[in-house]
Structures are given as C-alpha cells and as structure tokens.
Design a protein around this ligand. Structure first.
Ligand code: UD1
Length: 370
C-alpha cells in the first residue's frame, strides 16, 4: 500500500534521490526544507527535485513548520542537517542548533503526532577512527589520531611506532566523536532510537559513508570531496588533497544510499538498529582525485598534495556491511567507474563556481588546517 513519507532536508542531494525512489514506487512525498543559501544559492525549488514531491519551505527548528509538515504522514526520513565536517569546527552554534536542536524539535512534535517509522541519516564520522589491525595482527578499536608522525607519515602508529592498517569497522565499534558534526550526528541517532522506542514508533539510523553522484552541491565548498574535486577540475584547477592523499574512504553512489533508506523504511527488523551503508570498496582520496580528473577528460590536472590535515578529519574508516546485508538485504549495485562517468557528464551540464580556495582560507585563518 502506498504511503506518505516526510523527508526533512529533502531538497538536498541525498533527499532528492530518496524522493525520486519513493515516488517511482508509488509513494507520496512531502519535503520540509529551508533551502539554505550555502546549498541552494538561488534559494529556489531545485530543478532536480521531482515535480510530484510536495515542498514546504521551512526550518526543522520551527515547530509550526514541523507540525504542518507532519500532518497525514506515515513515515519520516530525517535528513535536514548541516553536513560539513571541517566547517562544523568553527560554525559550532549553527551546527549544534540545526543538527541537535532541529532533531529535538522534530521529535517534540512526533511525540504528539507519531508515525510508523523514522529513519535518520547518521554518519561514519561518529566512529572517529575506524577499526585497525597492528603489525602483530591485534585488532584495535581505540585508536585516537594524533597529528602527523615525526617521520612525516600520517597513519596511526602502535606502541612500537609501526603503522596500523585499517580494517572493516562494524556497528559495534564504540563512537569516537572527533568533530562537532560527528557529535551532532550521534545525538541525532540516539534521539531517534531512544524516542521512537519510547513512543511506540519504529526507528533506525543509517551510518552513511561518502555519498556521491549527480546532484551534489557543486558550489558549496564544504560539500563532499568528489563534488569539490569536480568543481575544481571543471574550472581547470587541480584537486587539492589534504594530508598525503592516502586516507581511505568508501564512496557510495547516492542511488545505493537512497535504496538503503527504502529498505530501512520497509523493514520492521531494522527498528532499533543502526546500519553501516557504503559500497564495500574503499579507495584513497588521491586515487579518486586521479580517477575523477581522467573521467572528466583532464588527466593533466594531477592532484596537489597539501601535506596538511583538516581539523576534525579522520584518517581511515571503512565499513563492515554484513549487518546491512543480513538484516536489510542491502547490497551496493552501482559501479564506481560508471558513477564517476555519470558525475562527469552531469557536472559538464552545470555551472560550478570554484569557492574552494576561499573555504580553505577560512579554515586556515582559524588554525583548522595544519
Ligand atoms: C562526508 C560528509 C559527511 C558524511 C561523511 C560520511 C560532506 C560535506 N561531508 O564527510 O556529511 O557524514 O562524509 O562519510 O559531504 N578532502 C581533500 N580535499 C578537499 C576536501 C576534502 O583532500 O578539497 C579530503 C578530506 O580531508 C578527507 C576526505 O577528503 O580526508 C573526505 O572528505 P569529505 O568529502 O569532506 O568527507 P568526510 O569528512 O568524510
């Protein structure tokens, strides 16, 4: 039976793809989104938002807007959030207000207007450093990243000064909150699990790895790294890579992410649980910069290695996807090379203003790149 789903923050990159997937299978979609300027420079309804999606322009911290948006809704996907790890380290009040307090306002209204199920976007950033293995084969779940090592390398070291290797991180690893953004995501996750259970709703959290794909906010210098690289390359500039470029991430196509949300909305076994969502393949940031420049027809734009780290960034974290597979039946389907080609093709049709230098200056001015 078709349902009505409210997507908070649904005019954004991930939300538009979730909306499209829900509409395609016959559900109704309502979106509550404040169209912030950093993401939506013209503050107009995004052209890429499905025409059939109802849009309420409003802030998730505004209880009247939330109340209106919840009317007649069966399920909620909560995506409304500020998303930049680096930016969160100086825009502390804004990030805490939108991400933490915004979720509190949503749940305050849900108490009196309960829905069947709420699925919230959490993040791999809540783990801090992922799980590592020492040279002796010992698993370490308590790695705290220091700065750059005395020999100039960046990987965390064991007590004998030997680099440790990242291994797949399961949901059972304790959190290691290293940025204001991560703190907010953890709060969002816990509020969702605690309050849905308390008030007889279903609730789960998806810990997303690095989502990419067509529709990323190209002109937002605090967006995900692939969108940042894309707008640099489109403007004839080499990608700027922090640290030595060997930090590992799992880049997951936004359509796979959208499918994961639908699986969680449909499955009562997901309730009360958190799930890692990634592609299952991890890569270094330098490698993706090289691949992307090639995919965009500019292999000459070789990455510029900064040799400096951004405050709040983690070194390595790669997902263990067994739980998502076993409970949700989630399996990533999109191929990375095809995804990059699709992103390149989409970027070619956009006008991307390169504001990365400006953003980096902002972080440097505050001593947040070192
Ligand atoms: C991103 C998301 C976050 C999400 C998380 C999940 C954004 C803004 N942030 O954070 O919402 O929860 O993934 O994994 O989408 N880098 C460069 N050069 C740049 C920019 C970044 O080298 O110009 C590096 C960073 O230092 C980092 C890596 O690329 O090592 C990834 O950065 P970013 O895309 O910002 O992702 P996360 O911080 O992982």
């Amino acid at each position: 039976m078709s349902k009505t789903i409210l997507i908070t923050g649904g005019a954004g990159f991930i939300g538009r793809h979730v909306a499209q997937a829900l509409l395609a299978r016959g559900d109704r979609v309502r979106i509550l989104d404040s169209l912030i300027e950093q993401v939506h420079p013209t503050r107009a309804r995004p052209a890429e938002l499905a025409a059939d999606a109802e849009l309420i322009v409003g802030d998730v911290r505004d209880e009247a807007a939330v109340l209106k948006a919840l009317s007649g809704v069966d399920q909620v996907v909560h995506l409304a959030a500020e998303v930049g790890v680096g930016q969160s380290m100086y825009a502390v009040d804004r990030y805490t207000s939108v991400n933490d307090y915004g979720t509190a306002v949503l749940f305050q209204q849900l108490i009196d207007n309960p829905v069947e199920r709420v699925v919230v976007a959490s993040s791999m950033s809540i783990y801090g450093e992922g799980l590592y293995r020492t040279a002796d084969g010992e698993l370490r779940d308590d790695v705290i990243r220091g700065g750059r090592n005395p020999d100039g390398s960046w990987d965390p070291l064991d007590e004998q000064g030997r680099p440790m290797t990242p291994v797949h991180t399961p949901e059972t690893k304790a959190g290691g909150l290293k940025s204001v953004y991560a703190i907010g995501k953890f709060v969002q996750e816990r509020l969702t699990l605690t309050l849905t259970q308390q008030y007889g709703m279903g609730g789960s959290a998806l810990r997303l790895w690095n989502a990419y794909g067509p529709g990323q906010a190209l002109s937002n210098p605090y967006t995900g790294v692939l969108a940042i690289f894309a707008s640099r390359i489109a403007n004839g500039q080499a990608p700027m890579v922090f640290e030595d470029g060997q930090q590992r991430r799992d880049f997951v196509h936004v359509r796979d992410v959208a499918r994961a949300f639908l699986l969680a909305l449909d499955n009562p076994r997901a309730d009360g649980e958190v799930f890692n969502i990634g592609s299952g393949v991890d890569r270094t940031v330098e490698e993706v910069a090289l691949l992307q420049a090639k995919a965009m027809g500019r292999p000459d734009l070789t990455p510029e290695i900064a040799g400096k780290a951004r405050a709040g960034d983690i070194r390595h974290c790669i997902p263990d996807l067994a739980k998502a597979r076993d409970v949700l039946g989630y399996e990533a389907r999109e191929d990375f090379a095809e995804g990059l080609a699709e992103l390149a093709e989409w970027v070619a049709r956009q006008e991307a203003e390169d504001r990365v230098v400006e953003a980096r200056r902002e972080l440097e001015m505050r001593g947040l790149v070192a």
